[in-house]
Design a protein. Structure first.
Length: 155
């Protein structure tokens, strides 16, 4: 069986997609309606634990936050694969909603979320270009530093 173009690109980037994270509450991790897929908030899970925890600007650096958002994007791509069946069916990453768990005075939300955006652009090329929201919040589930929601159009 031939790997998809997107999966080949992931391999070139040294990324093995994990099993998509399970829901940690009373919701589904991804849903498809028509040609739209929306993930629930993806956290920086690595296997069965959070790879990072804490607040940006007090506990973590921008670089650590960027890596956490990259992990969130990898988990979102794993969710997209489940919902689409084949990542080559993704026509467009439409929107990324990013929530950054941050301490007082932290203003570098865009730089933190660039870890996710850069990865989506590298994996999907032009189809990875997306709109984005970057919000800072005071508290986060499980003390996660970043939460990412991805919207994608599929064939």
């Amino acid at each position: 069986m031939t790997k998809s173009l997107v999966e080949n690109r992931l391999r070139e980037l040294g990324i093995d997609l994990p099993e998509p994270p399970k829901a940690v509450g009373a919701y589904v991790p991804v849903i498809r309606t028509g040609n739209l897929i929306v993930t629930s908030g993806q956290l920086p899970w690595k296997k069965d634990r959070l790879a990072f925890s804490g607040k940006l600007g007090t506990d973590l650096t921008v670089e650590q936050g960027s890596e956490a958002s990259r992990l969130c994007a990898i988990n979102a791509i794993a969710q997209l694969k489940v919902a689409a069946g084949d990542l080559d069916r993704v026509r467009q990453i439409v929107r990324v909603e990013g929530y950054v768990h941050c301490g007082p005075g932290f203003r570098e939300h865009p730089q933190v979320l660039n870890g996710a955006s850069d990865l989506l652009n590298a994996v999907f090329g032009e189809r990875g270009r997306h709109t984005r929201t970057a919000l800072g919040i005071h508290e986060m589930p499980l003390d996660s530093p970043v939460q990412l929601i991805v919207w994608a159009e599929v064939e």
